[in-house]
Ligand binder design. Structure first.
Ligand SMILES: CSC[C@H]1O[C@H](OP(=O)(O)O)[C@H](O)[C@@H]1O
Ligand SMILES: Nc1ncnc2[nH]cnc12
Length: 291
C-alpha cells in the first residue's frame, strides 16, 4: 500500500468530510477484521498527509452497534497512523456544557452491551492499561488548538467523562439523571470501543466532542432528537474543522511523545513463541515490534 498518513481523523454524525483536504486519494482498505465503514480519504491538510474516515459511512448508513470498529482502527494502523482525532456529536449532562460548546474528555464510562473492543483472542491474550483512556498529550494538542482559535460563543471544556451507551435509542430520563449523579459530563454512542482498540494498536487517541443537545434531563430544553443533533452540528462543523486543522498543524511540527505508542509493551501475557501461527499472522502489524 502506498498511501500513508501519520495523522488520522474519524468524523462522526454530521462531519462526513474535511473540506480543506487537497490531493485526495480515496483508499479502500481491507483488514483481517473486514472492511472499514467507508473508503479512507487520504489528503493533505496543513502540508501533511492525513487519513479521514466517516465513522458511520459518508451517507450515515451504519448504526453505532453495527460499526466495524476493529476494521476502522486497523485500517488507520495499516496506513501508518500514530495520532487519531475523533470528532463526535455528544449530548451534554451538565448545565455548563451548552450546545455548540466543545469538550475534550479524559475519561469514559462503558454502557455498551454489544461491542467487540479487542483485537486479541484466538490464542493470544493481552490486557492493556486503560486507566487513562485518552492520550493526554494529544488531548492537550486538540484543546490548545481550540483555545488558540478564540472561537466566539464557544466554550472549550478541558477534561470530562464521556458515557458511551449502546443506542440506537437515546437515554431515558432516569438513565440521563443517573449518569449525571455519577458526575459524567457528556454522552455518546461510539468513542469508547475506538479508544480501546486504538490503545491496543498503540495509536494515540483523543476526542473533540461537539455538544449538540442537553440529552433529555434538562427541564428547560427539549429532549434530544436527530434533527437537533445534526442542526447544531452543522452550525459548528466549520469550527470543528478549524480546530482539527490547527491540531494537525501542531502535530505536524511538534509530534508529542505518547504513552499509547508503547501500550502493548507489558500487555501481552501469552508467550508469542507459543501462540497460534494464524493469530500471529493476523496481528502481525500490532505484534511485530515485540517478536
Ligand atoms: C445522530 S445522533 C446519535 C449519534 O451521534 C453520535 O455519533 P458520533 O459519535 O459518530 O458523532 C452518537 O454517538 C450517535 O452515534
Ligand atoms: N444525547 C445524546 N445521547 C447519545 N448520543 C448522542 N449524540 C448526540 N447527542 C446524543
Amino acid at each position: 500500500m502506498t498511501s500513508q498518513a501519520t495523522i488520522g481523523i474519524i468524523g462522526g454524525s454530521g462531519l462526513y468530510k474535511m473540506d480543506a483536504l487537497t490531493d485526495i486519494e480515496e483508499v479502500r482498505v481491507n483488514t483481517p477484521f473486514g472492511e472499514p465503514s467507508d473508503a479512507l480519504i487520504v489528503g493533505t491538510l496543513e502540508g501533511t498527509r492525513v487519513a479521514f474516515l466517516a465513522r458511520h459511512g459518508r451517507n450515515h448508513t451504519l448504526m453505532p452497534s453495527e460499526l466495524p470498529f476493529r476494521a476502522n482502527i486497523y485500517a488507520m494502523k495499516q496506513l501508518g497512523v500514530q495520532y487519531l482525532i475523533s470528532a463526535s456529536a455528544v449530548g451534554s449532562l451538565r448545565e455548563s456544557a451548552k450546545p455548540l460548546d466543545m469538550v475534550v474528555p479524559d475519561q469514559f464510562i462503558d454502557r455498551t452491551k454489544n461491542r467487540i473492543s479487542t483485537f486479541f483472542g484466538e490464542g493470544i491474550v493481552a490486557h492493556i492499561a486503560f486507566g487513562d483512556p485518552i492520550c493526554h498529550a494529544l488531548a492537550k494538542v486538540v484543546a490548545d488548538a481550540a483555545t488558540s482559535l478564540n472561537l466566539p460563543d464557544v466554550t472549550l471544556h478541558r477534561g470530562g467523562t464521556y458515557v458511551c451507551m449502546e443506542g440506537p435509542a437515546f437515554s431515558t430520563k432516569a438513565e440521563s439523571n443517573l449518569y449525571r449523579s455519577w458526575g459524567a459530563t457528556i454522552i455518546g454512542m461510539t468513542n469508547l470501543p475506538e479508544a480501546k482498540l486504538a490503545r491496543e494498536a498503540e495509536i494515540a487517541y483523543a476526542t473533540l466532542a461537539l455538544v449538540t443537545d442537553y440529552d433529555c434531563w434538562h427541564p428547560d430544553h427539549d429532549s434530544v432528537t436527530v434533527e437537533m443533533v445534526i442542526g447544531n452540528l452543522q452550525k459548528n462543523a466549520k469550527n470543528a474543522q478549524a480546530v482539527i486543522r490547527a491540531a494537525v498543524r501542531s502535530l505536524a511540527t511538534q509530534p508529542p511523545a505518547s504513552e499509547a505508542h508503547d501500550a502493548l509493551k507489558y500487555a501481552v501475557i501469552t508467550p508469542l513463541d507459543k501462540a497460534p501461527a494464524a493469530t500471529l499472522e493476523k496481528l502481525d502489524l500490532l505484534l511485530k515490534k515485540y517478536r
